[in-house]
Each structure stands twice: as structure tokens, then as C-alpha cells.
Design a protein around this ligand. Structure first.
Ligand code: 1CP
Length: 332
């Protein structure tokens, strides 16, 4: 782990840095204003000036310790020529999956297709507002990416029974996707990202084959990021055994989801922890929010801990509640 600036990833238990997953997004009126005029979500992610502006929107409002680049995990399928659209009220819709076509794509083609993402990172990292803050680059984990590629839409209602019918397709895809994830990480770091987060949002959907589809490919990526000298945070949302995951994958930090008991995590896992609080807490009232946030801060008082949520900020969140939370964590 390379300490850079006042990096959020460190072993100091006296500081409790804070940022929130999906902090740049739909709960902010200034984001909705931009989104209204930019109906094509992929195009918006590829607009380096707007992407940079959206990344900094929450930093201008709240004293977060890190910004996360405004982009999406589905930029990888997009960059390897699978059609990706976001439909209002439906979510992501992916096009035909042609593995032969994907196999023809080389590093240069891939990097070219995402060059605006890297320009957005470069632009953002140079902004004075981030002088003492981190800029987080991110990717989806291989399993979560192939779930979208094969299912062609969100698996929020579960995976169809035939998902595992073509095992050789899944096995080939996991290898290809791992390769492009590494390239995407390297490019983001070269552009100025100084922390990497790996989102395995659908880790909880896999029951068998966890070593093949989660542990092994994610470990390869974690080792790769460490070699580049940048700290790496993993979020295997919904995984049953966080301790086993940490023992095998060895991230620098693990983000826990809101269904796990933070006390057993604190006792059982000795790497820095991030997150945990249910994003729905931000939809309640200040008193309850304070009580819940304090519960996490108390449990992780003597543990390196980055305050965050157990999943992303919900679109219906009142920004005033976020403001209250950030101030409360800073005053703790
Ligand atoms: O206006 C809109 O409708 C767009 C909503 C939106 C936003 C703001 C999407 C569509 N993506 C994003 C940005 C985004 N996505 C960021 C950067 C901003 C930030 O975090 O502040 C990041 C890190 C992501 C990551 C992402 N995209 C994940 C992993 C985290 C998670 O929430 O589990 C996933 C699963 C996606 C896929 C995705 N992108 C968008 C949607 C609607 C979805 C599908 C979610 C699902 O399957 O239910």
C-alpha cells in the first residue's frame, strides 16, 4: 500500500475519512439539470467536461475526502463493442454478445474508445479543489461485468435458470473481461486516479463457483493494482463470507454491505474497512441518522475505517441529510 497525499487508505485510526458510493448522481438537483439535457447516458459519460463537472458537484457541496470519477462500470462492455443503452425506468439494456468480435479488440482500440474518460480524470485531478483529496477510479469486477453482458440487463430480479447453460462462454468471457479491466485500471491511474475501487455489485448472486468467478479473477486484478503502487478497495456486495474473501483476495480495504454485522467484521477482519450503513438511513430523520452513523463510528473507533454506505446513495435522498452526515462524521 503506497500512501499518497492524505490518502483515505491508511492505517491511522484517529481519522475517519468519508465519501459515499454514488455521491455524484441522481439525488443532486445540479446533476438532474445536466442529465435532462443529456439523454444519452453513455454519451454523457464520454463528455469529459461534463463528466468532470459532475464528479466535482458533490465536492463543491460537501467536505468529502475523495471524489469518484463520473463514469459507469458498463463502459467496459461498451468499449468492447457490445451495445449499451440506459432506458428510463428500465435501466441498462445491452445488445448482442459476439465473443468472436470481442476477441478481435486490442488494447489500442479499447483505450481509444474510452479516451474521454481518461481525459475527464486528468482534467479533474488537476482541479485545485482536489488538492488534498483523492480521486477514485473504478471498475466492475469480472463477475459483475459478465452478469450484465450475458443477462443483457440488470439481474435485480435474479438470474434466469439458463444463465449457466453455456459454461465455456462464461469461462472465456471472464478471461477476456479481466484483461480489459486491467487496461482500464492502468489507464485511469496514468490519467491521475490515486485509488481504485472494484465494484462486485452482484457477488451475492453466485452460490457455487465463487473461487472461479470471484476469488481468482479479482485476486489477479488486486495484485495487478498493487503492483502499480495504488491502493485498492473491493466491494463484494452480498458475499456471505467477507473474512474468507479478504483472506484470499487481500484488498487494501474492503467495503461491507448493510446486511453484515459490523461487530463481527470488526472482530474478524484486520484490514481497513469501508462503509456499511444502510443508504435508507439517509431517508429517515437526523436523529436516527446520527444514531446509526455513530453506531458504525463507535464500532470501528480503534480500526482503520473509511465512512461510507453499504450501497449507493438512493436517488430520493435529500442533499441536506448528506450534508448533516458529513458534518457529523467530521465532528466525531
Ligand atoms: O440518470 C440516470 O439514470 C443515470 C444513473 C446512473 C449514474 C449516476 C447510472 C446508471 N450510473 C451512474 C454513475 C455511476 N455508476 C458511478 C459514478 C458516480 C458515483 O459513484 O458517484 C459509479 C461508480 C457507478 C457504478 C455502477 N454502475 C455500479 C456499481 C455500484 C452499484 O451501485 O452497485 C453498477 C451496478 C452500475 C450499473 C448501472 N449504472 C446505471 C444503472 C441504472 C445501473 C444498473 C443498476 C442495476 O442493475 O440495478
Amino acid at each position: 500500500m503506497t500512501p499518497i497525499k492524505n490518502c483515505i487508505v491508511n492505517k491511522d485510526t484517529t481519522k475517519k475519512p468519508i465519501w459515499l458510493m454514488r455521491q455524484a448522481g441522481r439525488y443532486l438537483p445540479e446533476f438532474r439539470e445536466i442529465r435532462k439535457k443529456n439523454l444519452n447516458f453513455i454519451k454523457l459519460c464520454l463528455n469529459e467536461n461534463l463528466s468532470s463537472e459532475i464528479t466535482l458537484q458533490p465536492i463543491k457541496r460537501f467536505d468529502f475526502d475523495a471524489a469518484i470519477i463520473f463514469s459507469d462500470i458498463l463502459m467496459i462492455p461498451f468499449a468492447i463493442n457490445q451495445d449499451v443503452k440506459f432506458e428510463k425506468g428500465f435501466g441498462p439494456k445491452l445488445g448482442n454478445l459476439d465473443i468472436n468480435e470481442i476477441q478481435k479488440i486490442n488494447e489500442e482500440d479499447f483505450t481509444n474508445k474510452l479516451k474521454s474518460v481518461y481525459k475527464a480524470i486528468a482534467l479533474t485531478s488537476e482541479n485545485n479543489i482536489l488538492k488534498n483529496k483523492d480521486l477514485i477510479g473504478f471498475v466492475g469486477a469480472p463477475w459483475t461485468i459478465i452478469v450484465y453482458m450475458v443477462n443483457k440487463m440488470s439481474p435485480k430480479n435474479g438470474l434466469p435458470e439458463n444463465f449457466f447453460n453455456d459454461i465455456s462462454l462464461l469461462n472465456d468471457l471472464i478471461i477476456i473481461v479481466e484483461k480489459f479491466i486491467k487496461i482500464h485500471i492502468k489507464n485511469q491511474i496514468n490519467a491521475g486516479a490515486n485509488v481504485i475501487q472494484i465494484f462486485d455489485s452482484w457477488a451475492g448472486l453466485l452460490e457455487n463457483k465463487i473461487p472461479d468467478y470471484i476469488y481468482n479473477p479479482t485476486l489477479n486484478i488486486v495484485e495487478y493494482v498493487k503492483k502499480l503502487g495504488v491502493p485498492v478497495i473491493c466491494f463484494p456486495r452480498g458475499i456471505r463470507d467477507y473474512k474468507n474473501y479478504c483472506d484470499i483476495v487481500k484488498p487494501d480495504v474492503v467495503n461491507i454491505d448493510y446486511n453484515v454485522d459490523p461487530i463481527s467484521i470488526q472482530k474478524g477482519i484486520n484490514i481497513p474497512i469501508q462503509g456499511g450503513m444502510d443508504p435508507k438511513t439517509l431517508l429517515t430523520d437526523k436523529e436516527n441518522l446520527k444514531k446509526e452513523a455513530k453506531r458504525y463510528l463507535d464500532i470501528f473507533k480503534d480500526h482503520p475505517y473509511i465512512f461510507n454506505l453499504g450501497h449507493g446513495v438512493l436517488p430520493e435522498t435529500d442533499p441536506k441529510m448528506v450534508d448533516y452526515l458529513v458534518k457529523m462524521v467530521k465532528d466525531y
